[in-house]
Design a protein around this ligand. Structure first.
Ligand SMILES: O=C(O)CCC(=O)C(=O)O
Ligand SMILES: [Fe+2]
Length: 225
């Protein structure tokens, strides 16, 4: 008897439903605007965080930042050159902001991974990648057990950057420039719940200034690290 395993790389009614629910909620929010591109569901919310909240998160990132690793744990000498840290969900600032992201998107807090902070100095970048998991990766069986595929990504820019540091979506043909306090949200899945290759994105090298962001990735099921 063969067991049908949803391998995260194909269409899925459950993931399609997550996409649809969040899309409907964001479309109803007058503070949220959709970036007009046919290949990707991507939305922005300006002034999601105040200047004080951004400064508070930058301080936490400065205190905790270590050279970034890639999810696969592989060496990343030139692939992801930023410094990053997981932010404690027990911090009232971090917990409150995580809750607000969940409320805005209509996603349950249990599905969200820990908020991760990143800092990029001039010359640092994160080369083109997708946030969803490749089902051929050695770590995929472990991900399947800890919440499955990643659905939506939420990312907040915490500083203005004098030059560079845009988030580039090469298949969609646009870049988002960092604007302090702005929340960017995109669906890593297609409407049918299969991975969307057009969600490929890169953090372009910072040219002048320092870029800070926090990222939250949502799993299709509750995250159980
Ligand atoms: O810093 C950025 O603009 C993108 C960050 C990113 O892609 C990620 O954290 O997954
Ligand atoms: Fe990413």
């Amino acid at each position: 008897m063969s067991e049908i395993v949803d391998d995260g790389g194909v269409a899925s009614a459950a993931r399609a439903r997550i996409g649809e629910t969040v899309r409907a909620r964001l479309e109803r929010n007058p503070m949220v605007s959709r970036i007009d591109t046919p290949q990707l569901e991507i939305y922005g919310r300006h002034e999601f965080l105040s200047a004080e909240e951004c400064a508070g998160l930058r301080e936490l990132i400065d205190a905790g930042a270590q050279p970034s690793t890639l999810f696969s744990g592989s060496a990343n000498a030139d692939y992801r050159t930023s410094a990053s840290c997981n932010l404690s969900p027990w911090s009232p600032l971090v917990g409150g902001i995580s809750d607000r992201i969940c409320a805005l998107m209509g996603l349950a807090a249990e599905h969200g991974e820990t908020l991760q902070g990143q800092r990029y100095q001039p010359g640092q970048e994160y080369k083109a990648h997708c946030d969803y998991f490749p089902v051929t990766a050695s770590y995929w069986p472990a991900m399947l057990k800890t919440g499955g595929q990643r659905s939506w990504t939420a990312m907040i820019y915490l500083s203005p950057v004098e030059a560079g540091g845009e988030t580039h979506f090469p298949h969609c043909g646009f870049m988002v420039p960092p604007v302090e306090g702005m929340l960017l949200m995109w669906n890593n899945m297609e409407r049918d719940g299969s991975p969307n290759r057009s969600s490929l994105h890169a953090a372009r090298p910072v040219e002048r200034g320092t870029k800070y962001v926090v990222t939250k990735w949502f799993r299709e099921r509750p995250w159980t690290p």
